[in-house]
Write a protein that binds this ligand. Structure first.
Ligand code: NAD
Ligand code: WQD
Length: 337
């Protein structure tokens, strides 16, 4: 029985990855403090897979609690999703972000080492590329961060690089996600943002169900195909699959290695609106307003390294991403409630 500790396993990407792990016959043990998720996700996972995974309520900042978990279970590896992720909030509350994401990760890595577990898959972000000098972005681009959230990801990446340089037992796959969207095809699990969504597709989805009245498109004068921002949207089920491949890659003995997780295709905000309109069969009212501070014009991945090294490639295209996001949103108007 291969046991995998999944921190943040009740969250959006975590829950989809837990489904993928269970479908592979692995045993995920979820560890989550529910700061941005609900316990109800467990019964949804059970409906999809027929298995109710074990979930431990706890905080990664709590070293004692983590220690108890590692005493009770012997883990083959850890997939580390737990973290706060709202860019704007991180600018307003940097201490909370550094404390939760960086200190919490240190507690986790310390506990792993103490119990002889050195295999990790870490959720990083394309935000570590700051303002890229060109697109597509390869893993060799210079790293920087434009906000405290991005800084926490960069710091954790650096900690992992230092750990594996100091001790060859550390094997870490760092996954730099581009823009995760979509939901499981069952429409039983999906993204459930607290309050008004910060990200484009969840916002559009709430306009489509009438919860929000109009979308503000941030900037119409970028040097892009139609003046609006271009991003690399990746289906969350493809993203979950990348974690299985990243776990396998830990056996290569590569030490610490970072991989882009994107499709390699960039779509503008207006292209996303049009695709969502096709999926939901209704118009999404919008206004083009000023640029959002900190946004870059264009960001999309060069996914070749991930394809070569992980044997991973995105399968789902834009229409499937929007279809599945819409199916989840329209079937769950109030999320998991
Ligand atoms: P999410 O908020 O849905 O999931 C994160 C989970 O971690 C939540 O269930 C939350 O309750 C839990 N958590 C947070 N702090 C914790 C703590 N101290 N102890 C225990 N549990 C804690 O977010 P997500 O979209 O699933 O993102 C997962 C990871 O991927 C995060 O680290 C995020 O920064 C990273 N990431 C997300 C995106 C994105 O756009 N969704 C993009 C790039 C990277
Ligand atoms: C996408 C595009 C906006 C909302 C963020 C984080 C990144 C990662 C993913 C965690 C941009 C435009 C958006 C709206 C809009 N998260 N937009 N109106 O900014 O690429 O990335 O989420 O790691 O770190 O920075 O994603 O979905 O917010 O924006 O016009 O109401 O949509 O300007 O061009 P972003 P996003």
């Amino acid at each position: 029985m291969t046991k995998i500790l999944v921190t943040g396993g009740a969250g959006y990407i975590g829950s989809h990855t837990v489904v993928a792990l269970l479908e592979q016959g692995l045993t995920p043990i979820l560890f989550d403090n529910f700061s941005n998720s609900q316990e109800a996700v467990l019964s949804r996972i059970e409906k999809i897979t027929g298995v109710s995974p074990q979930l431990i309520e706890g905080d990664i900042k709590d070293g004692e609690k983590l220690n108890e978990v590692f005493v009770e279970h012997e883990f083959d590896a850890v997939i580390h999703f737990a973290g706060l992720k709202a860019v704007g909030e991180s600018v307003e509350e940097p201490l909370r972000y550094y404390q939760n994401n960086v200190y919490g990760s240190l507690q986790l890595f310390r506990t792993m080492a103490k119990h002889g577990c050195f295999r990790l898959v870490f959720s990083s972000s394309a935000s570590v590329y700051g303002e890229p000098e060109s697109v597509p972005i390869t893993e060799h681009f210079p790293l920087s961060a434009a906000n405290p959230y991005g800084q926490t990801k960069l710091m954790i990446e650096n900690i992992l690089r230092d750990l594996s340089a100091a001790d060859a037992r550390w094997q870490a796959s760092i996954l730099r996600y581009f823009n995760p969207v979509g939901a499981h095809k069952s429409a039983l699990i999906g993204e459930n943002p607290n309050g008004i969504p910060n990200n484009l597709v969840p916002y559009i989805a709430q306009v489509a169900i009438g919860k929000l009245s109009r979308l503000s498109v941030f900037g119409g004068d970028y040097d892009t195909i139609d003046g609006t921002g271009v991003r690399d949207y990746i289906h969350v089920v493809d993203l979950a699959d990348a974690h299985l491949k990243a776990l396998d890659a830990l056996d290569d003995g590569h030490g610490c290695c970072a991989y882009n997780v994107g499709t390699g295709e960039g779509y503008s905000v207006l292209e996303i609106i049009a695709a969502f309109e096709r999926a939901c069969g209704a118009k999404i009212p919008y206004d083009i307003v000023a640029r959002r501070s900190g946004d870059v014009a264009s960001s999309f991945a060069d996914p070749i390294f991930s394809e070569q090294k992980l044997g991973w490639k995105a399968r789902f295209g834009l229409n499937e991403m929007m279809r599945d996001h819409w199916q989840w949103q329209s079937a769950n108007l109030e999320g998991y409630k």
